[in-house]
Design a protein around this ligand. Structure first.
Ligand SMILES: NC(=O)c1ccc[n+]([C@@H]2O[C@H](COP(=O)([O-])OP(=O)(O)OC[C@H]3O[C@@H](n4cnc5c(N)ncnc54)[C@H](OP(=O)(O)O)[C@@H]3O)[C@@H](O)[C@H]2O)c1
Length: 320
């Protein structure tokens, strides 16, 4: 009897995990010949899988990493896996505003097109600071992509219909932004959630501004992914995380499906500025549907990254 119950429980648990980890796959067969795609953080995890998939569809794919060696190795792997030579690696450190400006200057000089920008880079919940004194999470996950996107907007506008895909996470719903301290850096998990919330607001305001210019955009929740992100932590934590993530997290390939879908599908056009998960549009938490906050964050971010010098009264963020 006990054996039967144990077998049934194990079977149920296995089927539950299989269902829990199953994800829709992108069935759109659209090709991207002649299009140029830029994927930040494309040398690892979800970004690398997306790069391979889009290179297979004929796109010219540019991937970035802040680690030259890792970037070069990933470049070879993406070329090999996609059987495409039309892939390029760029050095970019999103924790450094000057690196972003230098990258954009060189990229715009060298690449004539930019059809799809995928802001995939991201750091997990870490208590660290960028070179410019911003919290690592808010700096790399929001301010870096914000500056990069703004500096590349004209090139995107000149290649209509173009697209921006921002990678966020469903943890956005657990925090609110504190405009008296956008650079909050006390509890790492909260900082991470706020940075992912900022991705959602950024996408909404970007959609509002980009509508007239032929640029559409969306935010993507990849779901919990088994990726390289645990490599930042101690060995013991990594072992615990390995066991946990291999049971409950999905593969980078599965997580990349919604990113690929949002990069190519025409469905996005009806949901400009929307939030996607599992290759379909999803409803946002009510507290995030606030165009006023999205605009306020945009203006505050402009000041923080130096796109405008006019101080705004609501910006009282501390830097380290
Ligand atoms: N993993 C999850 O469970 C999960 C869940 C929801 C959402 N997401 C989001 O999905 C996206 C991809 O995550 P992933 O799991 O594939 O993570 P990952 O394997 O750690 O990849 C993240 C990428 O971000 C890049 N990055 C980190 N610091 C950087 C910096 N200073 N400058 C430039 N790039 C930097 C890394 O590139 P280099 O180190 O090569 O520079 C790396 O390729 C992220 O935005 C993440 O927040 C992940």
């Amino acid at each position: 009897m006990y054996v039967l119950v144990t077998v049934l429980v194990a079977l149920f648990f296995t089927l539950f995990l299989k269902w829990f980890k199953s994800r829709r796959i992108c069935l759109d067969a659209k090709r991207l010949d002649g299009k140029t795609v830029l994927i930040t953080g494309g040398a690892a995890g979800v970004g690398k899988e997306t790069a391979i998939a889009l290179a297979r569809r004929g796109a010219r794919v540019c991937v970035t990493s802040h680690d030259e060696q890792k970037g070069e190795a990933a470049l070879q792997e993406i070329k090999r896996e996609s059987s495409s030579m039309n892939v390029r690696f760029w050095h970019l450190n999103l924790a450094n505003l000057q690196s972003i400006r230098n990258f954009c200057r060189d990229f715009l000089k060298s690449e004539k097109r930019l059809d799809i920008l995928i802001n995939n880079d991201g750091v997990p919940a870490v208590l660290d600071w960028t070179d410019n004194g911003f919290s690592m999470c808010f700096g790399v996950n929001h301010l870096g992509p914000f500056l990069l996107t703004n500096l590349l907007l004209d090139r995107l506008k000149s290649c209509p219909p173009s697209r921006i895909v921002n990678i966020t996470s469903n943890v956005y719903k657990y925090q609110k932004l504190d405009f008296t301290d956008l650079n909050y850096n006390i509890i790492p998990l909260f900082t991470y959630c706020r940075s992912k919330l900022a991705n959602v607001y950024f996408t909404q305001e970007l959609a509002r501004q980009g509508e007239k210019n032929g640029i559409s955009c969306c935010a993507v929740n990849t779901g919990p992914v088994v990726g390289d992100w645990t490599s930042r932590f101690s060995i013991l934590f990594r072992i615990v995380m390995y066991v946990f993530t291999s049971m409950f997290f999905i593969s980078c390939q599965a997580a990349a499906q919604t990113v690929i879908f949002c990069a190519i599908s025409d469905d996005i056009l009806q949901h400009n500025g929307g939030y996607f998960s599992d290759c379909k549009p999803c409803k946002l938490s009510p507290h995030v549907q606030d165009a006023g906050i999205a605009k306020k964050l945009w203006e505050a971010s402009e000041v923080m990254v130096g796109l405008t010098s006019s101080p705004r009264e609501h910006l009282a963020s501390r830097t380290r």
